[in-house]
Design a protein around this ligand. Structure first.
Ligand SMILES: Cc1cc2nc3c(=O)[nH]c(=O)nc-3n(C[C@H](O)[C@H](O)[C@H](O)COP(=O)(O)OP(=O)(O)OC[C@H]3O[C@@H](n4cnc5c(N)ncnc54)[C@H](O)[C@@H]3O)c2cc1C
Length: 279
């Protein structure tokens, strides 16, 4: 079987209309960096494909410090998004120039682990996703969107249309560790956002990628930090909590044991960077 129909909707309304008409038999494609190789290899054999490239979802809009990002905004465009430095760093660490030129921020949210190097920064920034279907839409925290390995809260008739990033009021850090310095899959990626009052942590968001079924918040480590002074001791305790609560896997890149060890090391480094301490 091969692709019989290819749709290129010119608006979000047209795209959600096509989805309502064809349902799950219609494969949604944004940049295609994940979807196309699967079709080329015959692993995915959709009868119908809908490209989102012209659906009007490539934009960034600023309002009161918050940023709304259309789902098909490319990772290369995110590298230039000065309003959100954490996202710039994250996008700069995802794949190669060719992948970033094609790959989209929305697609990164659907990417199987260890991909998700931009989504993990969105988690640390407490981003929300706007899901749209014919005649309706809903907004939910990205943290609630993920439900398991390659599963999520998206209904078959919905599209991810937009990502909303609130104004970052705290200090941030982003560290990706892979086997190579560049163009490398993550062994672990850490994104952190801390709101400090002097040395005391008022609010902590810590997110991990490459060490679970999807990018995830390290909630236990966040609870260790919240309300504590950001010291060598509290950082070590948070790193320990993060390495215990993550759920790593073994693949061709690293073992589960090694990934868990590196969570401790890289959470410590990211937090020490924010605190201005030696890790
Ligand atoms: C060689 C290579 C290296 C890579 N390196 C990295 C890396 O270092 N870090 C990293 O994080 N990722 C990496 N990736 C993964 C991936 O390419 C990117 O994360 C990219 O952001 C995916 O976006 P896309 O638009 O190409 O997705 P697509 O391939 O178009 O779509 C992927 C999936 O998401 C769904 N989808 C996409 N957009 C929407 C939407 N708006 N609404 C509903 N469903 C949607 C599609 O149906 C499809 O199932 C790499 C990929 C390759 C091939």
């Amino acid at each position: 079987m091969s692709v019989k129909e290819y749709f290129l909707p010119q608006s979000l309304t047209e795209a959600t209309g096509l989805l309502a008409e064809h349902g799950p038999s219609l494969l949604v494609m944004a940049g295609g960096t994940i979807a196309m190789p699967l079709i080329n290899e015959g692993i995915s054999m959709p009868e119908r494909v809908m490209g989102l490239r012209r659906a009007g979802l490539n934009y960034t809009q600023r309002s009161n410090g918050a940023v709304a990002i259309g789902a098909t905004t490319t990772l290369t465009q995110i590298v230039s998004l000065e309003a959100v430095p954490l996202l710039q760093t994250a996008a700069d660490n995802a794949g190669s120039w060719s992948i970033r030129n094609m790959g989209t921020i929305g697609g990164n949210i659907f990417a199987p682990p260890p991909a998700g190097d931009v989504a993990v920064a969105l988690l640390a920034l407490d981003a929300q996703v706007r899901l749209v279907k014919q005649g309706g839409e809903r907004l939910m925290p990205l943290a609630d969107f993920y439900t398991g390995f390659m599963t999520n809260a998206l209904e078959p008739d919905e599209l991810l249309a937009e990502i909303r990033v609130p104004a970052a009021v705290g200090k941030t850090a982003y560290l990706k560790y892979g086997r190579k310095h560049a163009v490398t899959p993550a062994i672990v990626t850490v994104a952190a956002h801390l709101v400090l009052d002097g040395s005391k942590v008022k609010e902590a968001r810590l997110a991990l990628n490459g060490v679970g079924p999807h990018p995830l918040r390290a909630r236990k480590a966040e609870r260790v930090l919240a309300g504590s002074a950001l010291t060598t001791a509290s950082i070590a305790a948070a790193a320990q909590a993060a390495s215990e609560e993550c759920n790593p896997f073994t693949d061709a890149i690293a073992t589960e044991w090694y990934r868990r060890k590196m969570v401790g090391v890289y959470v410590k480094r990211a937090l020490a960077q924010i605190a201005g301490l030696e890790a």
